[in-house]
Every structure is written in structure tokens, then in C-alpha cells.
Ligand binder design. Sequence first.
Ligand code: NAP
Length: 281
Amino acid sequence: MEIGIVGLGLIGGSLGFDLRTLGHTVKGVSRQPETGDQAIAMGIVDHASIHLSLLKDTEVIFLCTPIAAIVPTVQQLIPYLQPDTILTDVGSVKEPIVEAISPLWKQFIGGHPMAGKTTDGISAATPGLFANRPYVLTPVDNTSPQALARVEKLVHSLNARLYHCSPSNHDRSVAWISHLPVIVSASLIAACLEEDNTTVKQISQQLSSSGFRDTSRVGGGNPELGTMMAQYNQSCLLRSLHQYRQTLDRFIDQIEQSHWDKLAQELQKTQKERPRYLKED
Ligand code: NAP
């Protein structure tokens, strides 16, 4: 199959690797010519350009730009598309994107691979990034069943775990397990930086190990992506953050009051429940 990718970064580049390995011809478009040259050199795409017209004969196009560029990209792409070309995006927020694109293009399927790294850009692209990871599709009432079936088949071929849900349930769920963790993790790093004793701060930086690595990972990731998640999923993220603040206050209260039994009960519950969120571990 001829497949197009717009936005050759971590996600678009990783898709290119796997789709080419599966035998598809991959054509990639990015803003900078150097990104396309690098994608060809790395074996991510067969052809690259800075012009969307390169994708005029492709059957399926993955939209892998930063969130803010996804809808404008579709508007610019439409004049080059065949009527049955399927579009699917990988944006981390779904409701505003699906609402904007569905009226513009019938053969559109919202999607979100739940896989990432702290590094970004084409150099961070990795073969097999989506294997054993959730990949959610968010069809709506007027979604073409044929287009959905073709995107499902491609997702299965990446060895990803396929899920479906509505765009709004997607955004509310990822606020909990993806966007809240970014803000919690970033605020953890920011709080550590507020230690005013420079000796203590320096020792903390020397002693930090696996616990800090795990809890700070997503807060130390791509700032542009984190800001766009908050901007485009503002109300769901705020809802989760307010609940998180209440939960944190409860923990603070238990520690201030030396209610060790209550704190131990909370920690027993979190220890027991955590695996429900980590199916692949
Ligand atoms: P990234 O590594 O920064 O890659 C984005 C790429 O898009 C850049 O390499 C850039 O290359 C290109 N680009 C930027 N603006 C463009 C435009 N207007 N037209 C064409 N290409 C453009 O970002 P990413 O992490 O792959 O994220 C891409 C999308 O995946 C986002 O929508 C994000 O929400 C979603 N996503 C990210 C993750 C994650 O953990 N990172 C996980 C799942 C989904 P040039 O500079 O050459 O244009």
C-alpha cells in the first residue's frame, strides 16, 4: 500500500520504520527539507518532500504533526486527495480534532498511539515503538466503516493493542493517565528546584536514582507537547488536577496528623490497584 506521513518526528518517524518493514511504500512530508533527508537516510521513508502534493496518490495518510498543526494540515491537504484517501491522526487530544476534521473529510479516523519517549524529533524515531502498546481509535457516528476497518488492520499490523472509545471519553481518560502525570511529574521537578540550600540541592542531584528517574520521566519530556496537551485538553486536565490536589491534601493531612494507619491503608490500596493501569508490565 502507498502510505503518507505528515510530520516526521518521534511518532511519524517510528510509524515510517514499521510500515516500511511491513512492505508498504512510505512517503513523508515535513516542514524542513533536512528532516526529509534524514528520514530517507534512516530508512524511515521511501520518498520525502516539504510539499503535501507528494501525497496525492497515497491510500492512507497519518497526520503526525504537533497537535496545533493537524487541522490546518488537513485543510491544506484536501486539494491533493483522492476521494477515497483515508486520513488518520495521532494527536494526543481527540475531541477538538475529530470535531474539526469530520465535517471536512468523510474518510477520517481519529487515533492515538499510547507510546512515547522523552526525546522528540526524527532522531528519536524507533522501530517497534507501538508493539504491545495501546492504540485507540475514536470513530464517531458518521465514520466510514470501510475506512475504520483499513486503519484497524494497519494498527493490528503494528502489533499494537487496539481499543475504541468516543473522542470525549478518550480526552477524559488521557487527562488521568497521560496529561495529569505530565503536570504532576513536572511540578515534582519544579518543587525540587525550589530547595534553597544549595548544598542540599546538589546532594539531592547526586543521590537521585531509579525512583526519581521513574517519577520525573514524563515531566522531563517535550515541552511543546506538554503545553499543547494542556491547551487542547484544558477542561479535562483541570478536572483531574483539582481531584489530584484534594487527594494530595488528604495525604498531607494524614502525615501532619501522624495518622500512620490511614496512610498505610492508602498505600496498600495504591499498591494493589496500580497493576490495573499497567497491562503490559
Ligand atoms: P515531534 O517528535 O516533535 O515531531 C513532530 C514533527 O512534525 C517534527 O519533526 C516536525 O518536523 C514536523 N512538523 C511540525 N510542524 C509541521 C507542519 N506544520 N507540517 C509538517 N510537519 C510538521 O513530535 P511527536 O512526539 O512525534 O508528536 C507528534 C504528534 O504525535 C503530536 O500530535 C502528539 O500529540 C502525538 N503523540 C505524541 C506522543 C509522544 O509521547 N511524543 C505520543 C502519542 C501521540 P519539521 O521541523 O521538519 O517540520
